[in-house]
Design a protein around this ligand. Structure first.
Ligand code: SF4
Length: 305
């Protein structure tokens, strides 16, 4: 396949994308220039829903490994590309299938709700999946009153404040969101007294306690569109600031911490997206036995939202 070299990087990607009948799905935490070439940009829930309904032959997933794996689970006949195969999620890797099987033996009466930030093997061992956008609704939908929530202890703790279910947590966490601290919010509230504080539910409980709104990245984007919001203190990965500013150029967005950067998300660059489409690699696949069980877990979630 020959692509004219005098085209810009973005133009070469778009041309090759058309020739491959590919769709580019991009998470809200990606680099700004990667967000700007997206066919769809969103949170894990929106990206899963889009992957499930796309008619393309190829999905270029600009996010981390579990997201590309979820697309491969939902779309077995498509080629799913993750432009850098090192782009993993440390939280998803904090539990594996064997550890989950052991925990299930300790808690035989609990239903397992897994956060979408988990491997396909862990999803296959779980009863239902959720994202940060629908976690409370999913947990409430489970008939059982006892829940084992994996792997994010902080999201689990947040859900437990919204439900009467008896909840057990796995001690996983997001290292990026753990860098968002309550002391920084308290300082910023003094500096910007009119600003709304909006944080992601992967944040620590003491951070969530200071928030006006707790939401997924998709929810944060929607909240920023409200007319009464002019200034916003944002407690999540700072990649989201690009989209917030682009959609709301007359509003002010203040990240709680400039340190809240997910190095894995930032591994995806425009050069790697182009290379990935040229080479049709790296491809993410899930073995059929695991895929079918993991799909049942994800499908259950998609019928609820
Ligand atoms: S921001 Fe946190 S949860 Fe999201 S991919 Fe990075 S490490 Fe994983």
């Amino acid at each position: 396949m020959t692509i004219a070299k005098d085209l810009s990087l973005e133009e070469r990607i778009l041309k090759l994308k058309e020739e491959r009948n590919a769709v580019i799905l991009v998470h809200n935490y990606q680099l700004g220039e990667v967000q700007d070439i997206a066919d769809f940009i969103g949170d894990s829930l929106g990206l899963s829903q889009n992957a499930a309904k796309t008619k393309a032959d190829v999905i270029v997933f600009c996010g981390v490994h579990f997201m590309a794996e979820t697309a491969a689970i939902l779309c077995p006949n498509m080629t799913v590309l993750l432009p850098d195969h090192h782009a993993g999620c440390p939280m998803a890797n904090m539990i594996n299938a064997e550890q989950l099987r052991q925990k299930k033996k300790e808690l035989p009466n609990a239903s397992v709700v897994c956060y979408i930030n988990s491997t396909a093997e862990v999803k296959a061992e779980s009863d239902i999946c959720c994202t940060s956008a629908n976690a409370v609704k999913v947990v409430e939908s489970v008939a059982n009153d006892e829940i084992l929530f994996i792997p994010d202890q902080y999201l689990g703790h947040y859900i437990s404040t919204k439900t009467n279910k008896k909840m057990h947590f796995w001690p996983g966490y997001c290292p990026t969101h753990a860098r968002i601290r309550d002391r920084d919010i308290i300082r910023l509230k003094q500096e910007y007294p009119k600003a709304k504080v909006v944080v992601h539910p992967e944040c620590r409980p003491e951070v969530i306690a200071l928030a006006d709104e707790v939401a997924s990245t998709g929810g944060i984007i929607r909240y920023a569109r409200r007319e009464d919001v002019r200034e916003m203190i944002v407690g999540t990965e700072i990649g989201i600031i690009h989209r917030l500013k682009k959609e709301n150029p007359d509003k002010k967005f203040i990240p709680v911490s400039e340190q809240a950067v997910c190095p894995n998300m930032k591994l995806i660059t425009l050069e790697k997206v182009l290379w990935s489409l040229e080479e049709m690699a790296p491809v993410v696949t899930v073995p059929k036995g695991i895929r079918l069980r993991a799909k049942a877990t994800v499908d259950k979630m998609l019928t609820i939202v």
